[in-house]
Design a protein around this ligand. Structure first.
Ligand code: ADP
Ligand code: MG
Ligand code: ZN
Length: 614
């Protein structure tokens, strides 16, 4: 459809050009002299009413006695004199008339002669070409699908450098080596080293995989072919594979070069996975990638980079040596990196003097680079909407939850009863957290509904940690029961608001018992060989590798953990009912309590954080 429009436009432009050329040769405008017969000319000449005649080829231009002009045509091959004679004009009468013969200018003459035919031919050719093209794209569309639209990153547009990437130190080091390979491949080949063929970037969404690949393109200065794997997947069988062939052929021609396949899990999913047989097309595409990568000579200077956030579902064949044998892991940024990332993204956005990105970084654990970029942008939008020239700390802090949980839905109408329940629920979580030595401090409590969560209590770890202890897990369990416990104590009833808390707690308790060896009774072993079944995209299906008796024991242990922590939550709340009421009231009033406000409320209550003994 787009093509048709383009063609029509082309045809129209051609017409305009032709009309223009014509207008150069045919003179339009001015008073057009009347045209008369040659016999009329003869009689006029005989009558002596003609002053002069200009002969131009077969065209005659007459000036009559009264000053008017007229045109006429004579027969070709006969001179004017002969023609007049034939019409019976006497030589005397003719002699009275000024006859001037104008020689036709060479260019005009030939153009006049050739132009019509030339234009006809051009129009015909254009028409044929157009029809032919239409026919070809129409009938052979399937064939042209195989032609890939490989994007070559243009030199300045999409360019990024390693400087644009904050943190990710190890990943950058690894990729700098790759850049070195491409730049000075001879050095490596001379010493017999094999240039890595494939580099796989793995990491959660938004951690900068695509960005890092772009930075490699920018730094290496070699052609960089970028392609998203989902583009491979077409409805026509065989097309994905031919696209791969195209891509590799193009890249080899341009070597040294880099091929970047983004989101490779779209095609690299384990073969044979999924319900109802495999996806043929995807498998063929994957096979072709493998074939092409194996087909590289030792000195083919093409490095294949790929990115995925699901390395767990990738076909093992992709990960064999000689293919994606280098793996670069990108992690969610830690506090320092978060600050760096925000610094990069606040370039060009005037920040107020009060902005302290470090505080923002403390408040944003778990945020990916993309989230942080989004955060700064949201803050800037907010500032601009309020007609301010600078972005303030409040703008940024206010944007945190927006990024975290979707746009705030302040307008959602909740009944006063709902609000009260939510306030007590959240107050319960917060109060239990404050009563525990091992719980993360409460950073914020809120009952404003955002996204999915009805309300939420934000606990933040003091530092980013990778290890968690049993005591911390127990504290987590107790905190998740805080909402339920508060509701049941205050209203003698519970709402559906606790369902996700309960699920989370149950999952955690099960993991403590079956994976982390945190149950004394069952000891340090795992239960349920988590077989990675190639089914439904490799879900973890726990295979029972224990007896029924042990199964019962596991359940008992899980129940014990849940009961202990729930009891703790209940006790923490009932013993501090005054504090609970106070927090809940404050929440109903203000909807949101910041860390300082929250702990200030607790000041007058003699709250001593303790540990759970279980
Ligand atoms: P992925 O491909 O891993 O899902 P992207 O590379 O597309 O993530 O990242 C999205 C955006 O997030 C980037 O364009 C960039 O603006 C920002 N970003 C992510 N990680 C970083 C980082 N480490 N440093 C700077 N910006 C980052
Ligand atoms: Mg990406
Ligand atoms: Zn809750």
């Amino acid at each position: 459809m787009k093509n048709l429009g383009k063609n029509l436009l082309g045809a129209f432009a051609l017409l305009v050009v032709i009309a223009f050329i014509f207008s150069l040769f045919v003179n339009i405008g001015g008073p057009t002299p009347k045209t008369i017969d040659i016999s009329q000319v003869a009689s006029d000449v005989s009558a002596g009413t003609v002053k002069n005649i200009t002969v131009n080829g077969n065209d005659l231009t007459l000036t009559l006695a009264d000053g008017t002009q007229a045109t006429s045509h004579k027969e070709s091959d006969a001179s004017l004199t002969d023609t007049m004679k034939n019409y019976g004009v006497t030589p005397e009468a003719l002699a009275k008339v000024d006859v001037s013969v104008q020689s036709q200018s060479g260019f005009n003459y030939w153009m006049g002669l050739l132009l019509p035919s030339v234009i006809t031919i051009i129009v015909m050719i254009a028409l044929f070409w157009w029809i032919f093209r239409q026919a070809r794209t129409g009938a052979n569309q399937a064939m042209s699908f195989g032609k890939i639209n490989i994007r070559l990153f243009s030199a300045n547009r999409d360019q990024a450098t390693f400087k644009d990437v904050a943190g990710l130190k190890e990943a950058k080091e690894e990729l700098e080596e790759v850049v070195d390979f491409l730049r000075h491949s001879k050095k490596f080949l001379d010493i017999g080293a094999r240039i890595p063929r494939g580099v796989l970037l793995m990491g959660p969404p938004g951690t900068g995989k695509t960005l890092l690949a772009r930075a490699v393109a920018g730094e290496s200065g070699v052609p960089f072919f970028h392609l998203s794997a989902s583009e491979f997947v077409e409805m026509f069988v065989g097309v994905g594979a031919s696209r791969v062939r195209d891509l590799f052929a193009t890249a080899k021609k341009a070597s040294p070069s880099i091929i970047f396949i983004d989101e490779i899990d779209a095609v690299g999913r384990e073969r044979g996975a999924g319900l109802g047989g495999g996806h043929d097309e995807r498998e063929q595409t994957l096979n072709q990638i493998l074939v092409e990568m194996d087909g590289f000579d030792r000195d083919t200077n093409v490095i294949v980079m790929a990115a995925t956030n699901r390395p767990d579902i990738l076909d093992p064949a992709l990960l064999r040596p000689g293919r994606f044998d280098r793996r670069v892991i990108l992690d969610i940024p830690d506090m320092k990196d978060r600050e760096e990332i925000m610094k990069i993204h606040s370039k060009g956005k005037p920040l107020d003097k009060n902005v302290d990105l470090k505080t923002v970084a403390i408040r944003t654990p778990g945020f990916s680079g993309a989230d942080l970029a989004n955060l700064i942008n949201e803050a800037a939008i907010f500032a601009a909407r309020n007609n301010r020239k600078t972005v303030t700390q409040e703008d940024i802090l206010d944007s945190i939850e927006k990024v975290m949980l979707g746009p705030a839905r302040k307008s959602r109408v909740i009944t006063t009863k709902e609000k009260e329940i939510t306030a007590y629920h959240e107050a319960g979580h917060a109060l239990v957290a404050a009563s525990l030595k091992d719980a993360d401090p409460v950073h914020k409590v809120s009952i404003i509904s955002r996204g999915m969560a009805g309300g939420y209590t934000l606990k933040l770890p003091m530092e980013d940690r990778h290890l968690k202890t049993r005591a911390e897990f127990l504290a987590d369990l107790a905190v998740s029961f805080g909402g339920y416990a508060a509701e049941s104590l205050v209203f003698k009833d519970v709402s559906t608001g606790s369902s996700s808390d309960i699920k989370e707690a149950t999952d955690l308790a099960r993991q403590m018992v079956t994976r982390y060896g945190m149950s004394e009774k069952l000891g340090t072993r795992t239960f349920g060989a988590t077989q990675e079944m190639v089914f439904l995209g490799r879900e973890l299906t726990a295979e029972k590798d224990y007896s029924e008796t042990v199964g019962t024991e596991i359940d008992a242990e899980i129940n014990k953990l849940i009961k202990r922590t729930f009891d703790f939550a209940k006790k923490a709340i009932s013993s501090q009912r005054g504090a609970l009421d106070k927090i809940a009231k404050a929440l109903i009033e203000k909807e949101t309590l910041e860390k300082d406000e929250f702990y200030a409320l607790l000041k007058n209550f003699n709250l001593k954080p303790t540990a759970i003994t279980a």
